[in-house]
Design a protein around this ligand. Structure first.
Ligand code: FNR
Length: 185
């Protein structure tokens, strides 16, 4: 019985290193987790006027979140924070007030950057937001992935043994975290 994970990648870029990282995590966890990649590039810019009559694509997004056992955020860092497109998706999923799709769900956060400390600040900002939204965010391990060309092969295999071992642990801890938050499967 695999846990269903809604995966939100904070980049729309075709060759996104964060999408590659998500794919690598999918492969590491494929016996225990089923990844459902949510599209966020088609969502409108959030407008509070929506709250009275929510747009259908926003409602569909919320339903996908609600259909999952957990949410995995894999995000780039833009200017030391999360990309606007990710924040927009979170804002949409969180409204109308009192009807957030995120409340109570377990979550995990990771991200990749070419830079050595890349995504640490974005992830810290994101944790703040997710805590406010009453998500149970996996506390450890923090996973700030420095991405070098070729780290993830086309089939999702991680080519660096150290990084593979580290991310195996991340996935194991995420699975245990979901079980703990949701009750054993
Ligand atoms: C970046 N990048 C970046 N990297 C980082 O480590 N810290 C940062 O604050 C920023 N800021 C930033 C702003 C903007 C607008 C862009 C476009 C890029 C570089 C970023 O890590 C790099 O482009 C990654 O490849 C983006 O991730 P994806 O799209 O490949 O997943």
């Amino acid at each position: 019985n695999r846990r269903k994970v809604a995966v939100i990648v904070g980049s729309l870029r075709k060759d996104s290193i964060n999408r590659q990282l998500a794919r690598a995590l999918e492969r590491l966890g494929e016996d225990r987790l089923e990844f459902d990649y949510l599209q966020i590039g088609n969502l409108p810019l959030y407008n509070q006027d929506f709250d009275g009559d929510y747009p259908p694509e926003c409602t569909a997004f919320k339903q996908q979140v609600r259909g999952a056992d957990a949410v995995l955020f894999v995000t780039p860092e833009y200017n030391r924070s999360v990309p606007g497109v990710l924040k927009n998706a979170i804002d949409i999923g969180s409204r109308p007030y009192g009807d957030s799709a995120f409340a109570g769900l377990p979550a995990a956060v990771t991200g990749a950057s070419p830079g050595a400390i890349g995504t640490a600040l974005a992830q810290q900002h994101l944790r703040n937001v997710l805590s406010y939204l009453d998500m149970a965010v996996l506390p450890q391990p923090e996973a700030f992935i420095q991405f070098k060309e070729g780290l993830v092969a086309d089939d999702g295999r991680i080519t660096s043994p150290d990084t593979r071992e580290f991310l195996e642990d991340f996935v194991d801890r995420f699975v245990a975290w979901i079980d703990r938050q949701r009750g054993e499967a």
